[in-house]
Design a protein around this ligand. Structure first.
Ligand code: FVH
Length: 288
């Protein structure tokens, strides 16, 4: 069975390669046609028009830069939508996914949204994950093809669920990245190499991962006052030094300042004796 891939950036090309490597027939389309050359050499068929790319397959995988790009690219091809399963792996928000699901359904297509939890070199390996939401029937029908791309996880009929998981996971990732970057900025200001620092940072972050699991359990229970060994008020007082130390070193403190503000709001709201998980209350009600 033929599969169409629309969008041959780093990710779309990796998805196509994974399908071709498993001997799947693939038709490709990309705005800049030169990106099709390497894939055609591996066996893909190049559709010159997006209409032809959609007509070529019952399963159409889309991986473009933004949802606006998807609407723009698909606009000339809506007459070809009837009965097609559109799997949109473009990064977007839950609402964007719901709106696109309705837009596709109104034009006769069956919609699946997906969040790719992998970088392009990981595609095709079992540690790559793609989270899907939308039509369960379509997911089950095309799971064999989708499983070629990554491990597949279906999370529900609401098309917005896959991006909800995706953006939530990315939020955790960016928190770690920004924390690590800021830490490396500070340590290298003391002429200590970032790689040498990793010997301490990695085990420290791994040890603190246990705290994140405790937070999750407290957040689900809505009880932040269980066993408290490092109370929020103490952390709020010490956190001022985070900003001061970066400023002393002549560094931007822009990444660390927002948490200081959340700590102050939580203290004001009476959470000083609680665990740090109580910050969720301020995150949920920023206006108090
Ligand atoms: N690469 C990654 O690590 C992440 C992993 C998780 C998922 N993301 C999301 O995947 C989408 C595509 O990302 P990408 O890495 O393939 O991105 P690029 O290499 O920059 O390719 C972008 C493609 O979009 C096409 N495109 C952009 N603007 C337009 C437009 N106005 N009209 C038509 N096509 C457009 C672009 O075409 P071209 O520049 O080659 O002509 C590429 O096909 C994305 O949502 C990530 O967040 C990747």
């Amino acid at each position: 069975m033929n599969t169409t891939v629309i969008g041959l950036g780093a990710m779309g090309s990796a998805l196509t390669t994974a399908l071709l490597d498993k001997q799947c027939a693939v038709t490709v389309w990309n705005r800049s046609p030169q990106k099709t050359v390497a894939l055609v050499n591996k066996g893909a068929l190049h559709a010159e028009k997006v209409e032809d790319a959609i007509s070529a397959s019952p399963l159409v995988i889309i991986c473009l830069l933004t949802y606006d790009t998807v609407y723009e690219v698909l606009a000339p091809a809506v007459q070809q939508f009837k009965g097609k399963v559109i799997v949109n792996l473009t990064n977007g928000t839950p609402q964007q996914a719901r709106d696109m699901g309705r837009w596709a359904a109104d034009r006769g297509a069956i919609y699946l949204d997906g969040g790719i939890m992998a970088t392009p070199p990981m595609v095709g390996a079992p540690e790559a994950l793609i989270i899907y939401s939308g039509s369960q029937q379509a997911f089950e029908k095309y799971k064999p093809q989708l499983d070629v791309l990554a491990s597949s996880q279906y999370v529900g009929e609401d098309a917005g669920l896959a991006p909800l998981y995706d953006i939530s996971l990315l939020t955790g990732m960016y928190g770690m990245f920004t924390g690590a970057l800021q830490a490396m900025g500070l340590i290298t200001s003391g002429n200590i190499s970032a790689q040498q620092f990793m010997l301490l940072l990695k085990p420290w972050l791994l040890a603190m991962l246990g705290q994140v699991e405790i937070m999750a359990s407290e957040i689900d229970k809505g009880d932040y006052f269980g066993y408290v060994s490092s109370n929020l008020g103490m952390q709020a007082a010490a956190y001022g030094n985070m900003i001061a130390a970066h400023e002393e070193a002549g560094l931007s403190a822009e990444l660390v300042t927002p948490l200081h503000n959340l700590f102050q709001l939580a203290v004001k709201a009476g959470y000083s004796p609680a665990n740090i998980s109580a910050l969720i209350e301020v995150i949920r009600k920023p206006e108090g």
